[in-house]
Design a protein around this ligand. Structure first.
Ligand code: AKG
Ligand code: FE2
Length: 387
């Protein structure tokens, strides 16, 4: 009883004199009163290379028609090897933690449960010079990594053994992003908006069938959102059991497939003696929520040495409002593109928030939002009648 009343008295004292509220420390980048010029000067990207790797008219036509594109020799050799080695290391870590040898390693890339993301080549891959210019030509500049995951699929446990196509179970064809496909208000029979594309970096050799290829059904990104998946075939004629039109992406190591998230696609079992290694980077609009654990994204965003475009791609923003109505400081990718003359109609809709009551309110309240001498020279570029 006495003990209980002592505890109660202690509790009362505590409530009467609460400890000073702990003010969380601001991440270091908040404190940087950096001008946009300074930010853009720190961007580590090569404009000539960017121009060379934009979406060609043929590639755009192919992407619009089929819903995907393949890029070969996508990473510089040294980065390719470093990414492979980093995945090997992660596989060893997971095995040492008890993941059975016949189970795939499936992890988010920017998670504190491993250190893959400490490999600079993995982070650099966010801005892969042959990929990012194509992503922005498809999506525009207001993008970030809403989804980054990896898979290391072990060789088939009983040795290589690819079942006859007519005996393979139908794979799990799907559109990405779950409820997005149900909850947007679009008329029956029309597709929902694209919202994101995925870049699959195939690090292992997937040029022979049965090695765990991604399968796609070309053109299905244009189907109505409520159209059912094409039915699996019976295989009775000795042919494939996959839906009509489905094909595997047969690609050599160091290839990338950029695909529209609405494209019906599926992973397939690895029946080969080769390990399959893939890193998937999903680029969505900055106002979309992240689909994966990104608990080290903040650490990288706070890294004052990091390339500002890398930070944007990891979700960096000056204010939350800037997620929806970005100012120049929120979107260094756009800023860099503008200064290198890349903001033409092919990169889509181009507006940033330069004022109005909310803009000025935010300006007055946040000293680190320095605009420098930047002239307000944004052009609103219209494309396909959209604004
Ligand atoms: O593993 C694969 O090949 C495809 C995975 C997938 O469906 C995805 O990343 O959206
Ligand atoms: Fe998927």
């Amino acid at each position: 009883m006495a003990a209980a009343s002592r505890r109660l008295a202690a509790l009362r004292r505590q409530l009467a004199a609460p400890a000073a509220a702990a003010v969380p420390e601001l991440p270091s980048w908040y404190a940087q009163a950096e001008t946009v010029d300074e930010t853009v000067a720190r961007v580590e990207m090569d404009a000539a290379s960017w121009r060379a790797h934009r979406l060609s008219p043929q590639a755009r036509e192919q992407f619009d028609r089929d819903g995907y594109l393949i890029i070969h020799d996508v990473l510089p050799q040294a980065d390719f090897e470093r990414c492979c080695a980093a995945l090997d290391e992660l596989r060893e870590l997971r095995r040492s933690q008890g993941l059975p040898a016949d189970k795939s390693v499936l992890d988010p890339v920017f998670s504190s449960s491993h250190t893959l993301w400490r490999e600079e080549a993995v982070v650099r891959m966010l801005k892969a010079p042959k990929v990012l210019p194509k992503v922005t030509d498809i999506m525009g500049w207001n993008v970030y990594l809403y989804h980054g995951h990896l898979t290391v699929d072990p060789p088939f446990r009983d040795g290589p053994s690819v079942p006859a196509e007519s005996e393979q179970s139908p794979f799990g064809f799907h559109r990405d992003s779950g409820r997005v496909n149900q909850e947007l208000e679009v008329p029956s029979g029309t597709p929902v908006p694209r919202l994101s594309v995925k870049a699959a970096f195939y690090l292992s050799d997937l040029s022979e069938p049965g090695r765990g290829q991604t399968w796609v059904i070309p053109g299905t990104h244009k189907l109505g959102h409520d159209s059912p998946n094409p039915p699996a075939r019976s295989g009775d004629d000795g042919g494939s059991r996959q839906p009509q039109g489905a094909i595997p992406l047969l690609v050599p190591p160091n290839s990338c497939a950029i695909f529209d998230r609405r494209l019906l696609h599926a992973s397939s079992p690895n029946w080969s003696e080769h390990e399959r290694k893939v890193i998937f980077y999903g680029y969505g609009y900055r106002w979309m929520r992240s689909k994966d654990v990104m608990d080290v994204g903040g650490a990288l965003q706070g890294d004052t040495a990091a390339c500002p475009v890398t930070k944007q791609l990891l979700g960096w923003t000056i204010t939350n409002n800037g997620i929806f109505s970005p100012k120049a400081e929120d979107v260094p990718l756009r800023e860099w593109m503008e200064r290198h003359g890349m903001l033409d109609e092919d990169v889509g809709i181009d507006t940033v928030n330069h004022g109005g009551p909310l803009g000025s309110y935010i300006d007055s309240g946040y000293p680190w939002q320095s605009h420098g001498d930047r002239p307000h020279s944004f052009n609103a570029v219209k494309r396909n009648g959209m604004e």
